[in-house]
Write a protein that binds this ligand. Structure first.
Ligand SMILES: *Cc1c(COP(=O)(O)O)cnc(C)c1O
Length: 435
């Protein structure tokens, strides 16, 4: 077995890390994760770290939950994967029924894919093709998409097209289709766009309640509901991206529930398998589904699929995830944790002149680091990054978005672990900013 030094050499020689300046990476010595125990990650030197961002927003119940492990063992003893092209399979059939049961009302058809980006690609393509196949020729003009400033829907080109983060998406603009862009702070902007272009819009895309990748930017209460009303008035479809917010992160199973909204298309992934395996799904309505029915030779079927669509192990993990939600009454259990996090965030803001705005929805939060006079920090100083590096010495993993520290612990995080995380964050903010 290779010792820890060898592993670092292997990583440095051949692994290209996502969203990473590899020159900078190769100058450092990364934490090399080898095992997981509860909400902790354990590195190849045996050091333990609280997983404060749920392994990039995916893990829900810790890294070794016995129900997940048991269900995955049971599934792998039967079969790991078979295709949904031309064959049905047990885990996706069971999972689709469960998803239709827990999703916002009306979403009964489930198209499986592999991740959040593909779930959004499928939503965009379904919306586009649906209108192309309308009996009403005027509706076939609906070929445009509306997106919000700051949006993040994934890294494949369709998802990038409806993205609104310049640093991530700007470079690829020549490869992308051009959406209509609405303000994420002024609802009059969307109203204006739909007033002018409503009859050309196939769908409006939105992350409900909170734009996570933009830096945990929250929408005002009622925003999502208003977007739904405007879509209804203009005839546009509503695509809701719950890839980050789905499966309890906001305190309810889906963020849409906070405003009693049912979208026409819903994209889910990330926490669907509780962070165990990659899996995505796009849920939609009977109305959209029926728009694709016709004679086989008519070509109205949805020509889209991936090799691992409906993967049996992924679906088994997703079923185990839902089983845990029920058996452990997870949504009830996290309510006091959400309150505790809110109290600790308020405290952090009081105690540090270098903490500006703090935003929270459920167990998702963002802490803005600022200058003591409240002005933004110089991004070149990488203060968010430095705080997160300092946290590693205190046994906590967080990952910032610029100078916003993101906090998104697993739903299984205990009261003591929330305190551990927030105590460490407070100490590191003092250490790095001196305030
Ligand atoms: C992460 C994310 C995606 C992309 O999901 P991947 O599985 O990384 O492709 C899409 N939308 C939102 C809101 C996300 O947070």
């Amino acid at each position: 077995m290779a010792d820890s030094e060898d592993l670092h050499a292997l990583d440095a020689r051949n692994v290209w890390h996502p969203f990473t300046q590899m020159g900078d990476w190769l100058d450092g010595r990364p934490v090399m994760i080898e095992r997981g125990e509860g909400n902790y990650l354990i590195d190849s030197d045996g050091r333990r770290y609280l997983d404060g961002v749920s392994s990039l927003w995916v893990n829900l119940h810790g890294h070794d939950h016995p129900i997940l492990r048991a269900r995955l063992h049971e599934q792998i003893d039967r079969i790991a994967h078979s295709t949904l092209l031309g064959l049905a399979a047990v885990p996706p059939a069971r999972l689709a029924a469960q998803l239709a049961r827990i999703a916002p009302p009306g979403l009964e058809r489930v198209f499986f894919s592999d991740n959040g980006s593909t779930a959004m690609e499928v939503a965009i393509k379904l919306a586009f093709q649906f209108w192309q196949q309308s009996d009403d020729t005027a509706e076939r003009r609906r070929i445009r998409f509306v997106t919000f400033d700051g949006a993040y829907h994934g890294d494949t080109l369709g998802a990038v097209s409806v993205g609104g983060i310049e640093a991530f998406h700007g470079r690829f603009a020549p490869l992308c289709f051009e959406p209509l862009r609405a303000s994420n702070v002024d609802m009059a902007s969307l109203e204006g766009i739909l007033a002018r272009h409503g009859d050309e819009v196939a769908a409006v895309c939105i992350e409900p309640l909170i734009q996570a990748a933009a830096g945990m930017l929250t929408f005002p209460r009622g925003w999502l509901r208003r977007v739904r009303e405007l879509c209804d008035a203009s005839g546009a479809l509503l695509i809701v991206d719950e890839v980050a917010t789905g499966f309890g992160r906001t305190g309810t199973m889906f963020a849409c529930e906070h405003e009693s909204v049912s979208p026409d298309l819903l994209a889910i992934a990330k926490s669907m398998t509780a962070g165990f395996l990659p899996l995505g799904a796009t849920l939609t309505t009977e109305r959209i589904f029926e728009g694709f029915l016709g004679p086989v030779a008519g070509g109205q079927q949805f020509f889209h699929g991936h090799s691992y669509t409906g993967n049996a192990l992924g679906c088994a993990a997703a079923l185990a995830n839902l089983e845990i939600f029920e058996r452990e009454r997870v949504l009830e259990r996290i309510a006091p944790r959400i309150e505790q996090l809110a109290a600790r965030l308020a405290q952090l803001r009081e105690q540090h002149a270098s903490v500006g705005d703090v935003r929270q929805v459920g167990l998702m939060a963002g802490v803005d680091l600022v200058r003591p006079d409240g002005a933004p920090l110089d991004p070149a100083d990488r203060s968010g990054h430095l705080v997160c590096m300092a946290l590693r010495h205190r046994g906590v993993i967080l990952r910032p978005l610029g100078d916003t520290v993101v906090i998104m612990p697993p739903l299984s995080t205990s009261a003591d672990e929330i305190d551990e995380l927030m105590d460490a964050l407070s100490a590191c903010i003092s250490e790095v900013t001196g305030a």
